[in-house]
Structure formats: C-alpha cells, structure tokens
Ligand binder design. Sequence first.
Ligand SMILES: [Cu+2]
Length: 112
Amino acid sequence: MKLRPFVAFLVLTLAPAAIFAADSKTAEKTIEAPKRHPLRGVITGVLAEKSSILVKHEDIPGVMRAMTMAFKVDAATLQSAKEGQAITGLLAREADGWHLYDVKPAAPKPAK
Ligand SMILES: [Cu+2]
C-alpha cells in the first residue's frame, strides 16, 4: 500500500497549517478593543457633570465583585438615565476609566 506515506505527508503538512491558522486567530483577538463584560445593575445616581452614571452592579465573575461605582456613558444614555432603573450593559476598562456601553433598561431582578 502506497497510501500510508501520502497520509503521513498530509498530516505533516496540514497540521502545522491548522496550528498556524489557530494562532493567527488568537493574535487577532489580542489586538481587538478592550474586552467588554456583561453587567447587570440598578442606576443609583446620575453624575451629569462627569458624563457618568452611578450603578449598583451585580458580581461580574473574573472582573469585580458586586458594588456601586461610576461608569462613563454616552450623551444619550446619560439623558435617559433614571435613578432606580434596572439596566444591563457592557463594561470596559479604558485609559480614562470604566465605561458602560449598550445600556438598556432591564426588568428588575425577580424576588426569590
Ligand atoms: Cu464595580
């Protein structure tokens, strides 16, 4: 059978190519913008002069424990932000601090 050397040839040439492809994907990911983490919480204050909202957020596994803190938000979010409103959003750490993106009203957490 002459097949075996050919299979060996295929494995030897394709495996490194596959590893290389996986590597370049990882490389692309590291270049991406700062990772955004899903957040759930309640607005406890609006700091218009700082373009920020205060949010009492739930635990964000691997990022931070539950706490109340300020997040920078865009003008539209700042405008519509209301104390007591439950929200979801994506948090990201940037050079100038913590930002919250894609802020949406959320249903209050159901009582157990
Ligand atoms: Cu926090």
